[in-house]
Design a protein around this ligand. Sequence first.
Ligand SMILES: Cc1cc2nc3c(=O)[nH]c(=O)nc-3n(C[C@H](O)[C@H](O)[C@H](O)COP(=O)(O)OP(=O)(O)OC[C@H]3O[C@@H](n4cnc5c(N)ncnc54)[C@H](O)[C@@H]3O)c2cc1C
Length: 413
Amino acid sequence: MIVIGAGPAGAAAAMRAAGSGITVTAFEKGAPGRDKVCGDGLTPRAVAALDELGVSLDDAHRIAGLRMIAGQRVRELDWPANGQFGPFGAVWPRRRLDSALCDGAAASGAELCFGTEALPILEDGRAVGVTAGGERWTADLVVLAAGAQGQAARMLGALRDPDEPFGLAIRTYAETPRHAEEYLEACLTLRDPDGTAVPGYGWLFPAGDGTVNIGVGALSTMKGFAKLNLNRLCDSYRDLVADSWQLGPYLERPRAWRLPMSAVRRHGPGWVAIGDAAGLINPMNGEGIDYGLETGILAADLFAADPTAVPDTYDRLVAERFDAFLRTGRRFSFLIGHPRILRTGLRLAVGTDAIARLTLQVMGNLIDNETPGTAGRVLNVADAALAAVSPALRRLHRRRTTRARGTASPNSA
Ligand SMILES: Cc1cc2nc3c(=O)[nH]c(=O)nc-3n(C[C@H](O)[C@H](O)[C@H](O)COP(=O)(O)OP(=O)(O)OC[C@H]3O[C@@H](n4cnc5c(N)ncnc54)[C@H](O)[C@@H]3O)c2cc1C
């Protein structure tokens, strides 16, 4: 098996496959210990996936829940307790998380080639291997784990669906005496400099090492998205929280990256796409690490069971596990692209502790499939309602985007 990219998705696939005795080579174009622009937040769902891989979380900072802030309203919520996921999440700076995963893959017997770009070789429409470091490498399965879609994805036709939303986010680090707090903080009522409500949030994720990860993210369904200046949004969020967190100056220049939330294809003869390469980011909270880990594990397990049937079975199982939820999330993102709806929705979502808890559970995809309970019912009702209004919202969004064209967009993804 060949893996293109050794972020969480690729490293998880390599670790799991090598652990089952499969010969795996993973190519990573970055150097060992490369960093990835990220909020570093792990939900209990991601912690469960790390557990399944046998990765110790000793090096991560443990997180008990989320502090949601909407205007003057503050709700501190513990992660929902259910049978499927444990009661804690974590913040684990990506340089260290990704190194731990790569070390785990190497310890399981995978070969990792850093500083090496790999591009798929297609023969008669089938991926048969990659070219990497000037050489040809062949394998029964090529796993595309190259993150937000780039050249390797273009070659396989695994591109973002232009009719679906995506996200953009920016982050940096700052020192704070509150670095050891056990709650993530998310401000849901961000506004751009023109005063437009931003569908997205500003975050402070304490890393437990003297620093906090600070950033902001927005969905492409936002009114005026093409003109959105993430650096300015990040600075204004920093001004808002600087005193209460006693923040030091930025420790590095804020850096932005894309959050892919769709892919027109995630499998084909001889290949599958996992993680961001498959557009698997939760539109409701921007989480992608877990989906990368889970799909990496799934692809490896299927390959271990039957190397010939992987792509079709993989696509079907990913659909069963994630598609309905992520489709609801994408529909939701068109809805909250309307400032007035966003404001009203937020008032409702954090209106009481009980509703805020449900919001956290639904938006974090932390519903126990065995006993979905109230959160499961809320999700079903929301999906049905969103399905009914979705075509109209998409039409509105398309009209708005067409009108905005002509203004050069720095945000095309
Ligand atoms: C600002 C920001 C904040 C975020 N915050 C969070 C968060 O708090 N929690 C969360 O769960 N998610 C968050 N996300 C999303 C998360 O970062 C991604 O979902 C996650 O990194 C996906 O993992 P991956 O392995 O699929 O891709 P990546 O982590 O992007 O890894 C892909 C790897 O492939 C390598 N690569 C690419 N092309 C090639 C090639 N041709 N050959 C060899 N190597 C290649 C790249 O160098 C890279 O190392 C955030 C994203 C952004 C932008």
